[in-house]
Design a protein around this ligand. Structure first.
Ligand code: NAD
Ligand code: MG
Length: 390
């Protein structure tokens, strides 16, 4: 029997973000320093929080992605004995540091290279960063397989599917059904969506998340990324990936089997469930999180997604059927458009327009033979998106 006090080692790439801070909170509930040896923590601009986390959890290495913050981080940790590094090489050092498990919680394509490095050296990967699978697809899966570590999905939908996917019944999986809250603009018309502000777009009705994923939820680009993520994670054909709008976010996703049965995973919308499941897998953690009260809930609603109002979903399907580097192209163009929306330089609906145009312009790109091809497709998509933004 595995003792609950068996100590495991853990690094968190992106510890200062929403997933990162929730992960450290779960680590605290699971026994803190008695249960986990925290090896490396990384952040970007938030030096005060990163230094505090590193001291509290006794990390061996703290890394800021922002090289200009190196001295500030070194000062903040002086006398602690905690090693400090910065920039891309620092992130790779954090990924390579000997931890059994790496929580991949950097936002965006920036998370790809360090997560790949951790996968290649055989760490178990708790994967929150969906862009790894969207951009690199099967190359990322291959890297994990070759490294020999486990891939544990943290994105709530994929974590739900992982929980209800019966290992010996994989051949009988007919479809997976990703649930989507519909975000703050679920019942908006396209005309209403044309001039929404950053403040209304970031206000997610159910989940508390980082800024970029909150905006992506409002445009349903988040669900688009998750469709592609599911395809690679579970080895599905594009038509096996379905989306249903479920405004309460109680069912986190479902698997439909060949006998017509559908298995669902339910819970309160709190990422710490999925994080705890990944950290403790294959055991179930004891977590003092809110329990579902079905009498209070009373009802669960569902509606079909509207691809005319949320064209990101159509783009995801296109990327899945085309395959190759189209996921990297979709994501690269989307990230540029998203940054422009956040900066107030472009409108909400333009994000999908630009992404669709860039995907058309780069439809001819061949499948990636290596990660270099993925990074090249990402660069080219960003270049075209920036050009389109003017
Ligand atoms: P966040 O913005 O709150 O945090 C991002 C983290 O990455 C921070 O630690 C930040 O310092 C770091 N970071 C930012 N830019 C960086 C860069 N260029 N290089 C290196 N590090 C950088 O984001 P989040 O909401 O925690 O999301 C993290 C990832 O998890 C995303 O890929 C997101 O899609 C995914 N995810 C998040 C949630 C959620 O509930 N927040 C749910 C499912 C999946
Ligand atoms: Mg999700």
């Amino acid at each position: 029997m595995i003792s609950s006090t068996t100590k495991r080692s853990l690094s968190i790439l992106g510890s200062t973000g929403s997933i990162g801070t929730n992960t450290l909170d779960v680590v605290g509930h699971l026994g803190g320093r008695d249960a986990f040896d925290v090896v490396a923590l990384t952040g970007a601009g938030n030096i005060g929080l990163l230094a505090e986390q590193a001291r509290t959890h006794g990390a061996r290495l703290a890394v800021t992605a922002d090289e200009s913050q190196y001295i500030a981080l070194k000062d903040a940790l002086s006398g602690s004995g905690i090693a400090v590094a910065a920039g891309q090489s620092g992130l790779l050092e954090a990924a390579d540091a000997a931890a059994d498990m790496v929580m991949a919680a950097i936002v965006g394509t920036a998370g790809l290279a360090p997560t790949l490095a951790a996968a290649r050296r055989g760490a178990d990967i708790a994967l929150a960063n969906k862009e790894c699978l969207v951009s690199a697809g099967d190359l990322f899966i291959d890297a994990v397989r070759q490294g020999g570590g486990r891939l544990l999905p943290v994105d709530s939908e994929h974590n739900a599917i992982f929980q209800v996917l019966e290992e010996n019944q994989r051949h009988a999986v007919e479809r997976v059904i990703l649930t989507a809250s519909g975000g703050p603009f679920r019942s908006f018309t396209r005309a209403q969506m044309a001039d929404v502000t950053l403040e209304t777009a970031r206000a997610h009705p159910n989940w508390s998340m980082g800024l970029k994923i909150s905006i992506d939820s409002a445009s349903m680009f988040n669900k688009a990324l998750e469709m592609i993520e599911a395809k690679h994670l579970f080895g599905l054909a594009p038509e096996q990936v379905e989306v249903i709008v479920h405004p309460q976010s109680i069912i986190h996703s479902m698997v439909g089997y060949s006998d017509g049965s559908v298995l669902a995973q339910l819970g309160c919308p709190d990422m710490r469930h999925a994080i705890g499941y990944a950290l403790e897998y294959p055991r179930r953690a004891a977590l003092p999180l809110e329990r579902l009260d079905f009498a209070k809930l009373a009802r669960l609603d569902f509606e079909a997604p509207d691809e005319d109002r949320f064209p990101a979903l159509r783009l995801a399907r296109l990327a899945m059927t085309r395959g190759g580097v189209q996921g990297a192209v979709l994501n690269g163009a989307k990230e540029v458009a998203l940054d422009a929306f956040i900066a107030g330089e472009t409108g909400f609906l333009t994000m999908a327009e630009i992404t669709g145009e860039v995907m058309e312009a780069l439809a001819h790109l061949p499948a990636a033979a290596s990660m270099d091809d993925v990074f090249e497709a990402d660069r080219e998509a960003r270049r075209l998106a920036r050009q389109r933004l003017g």
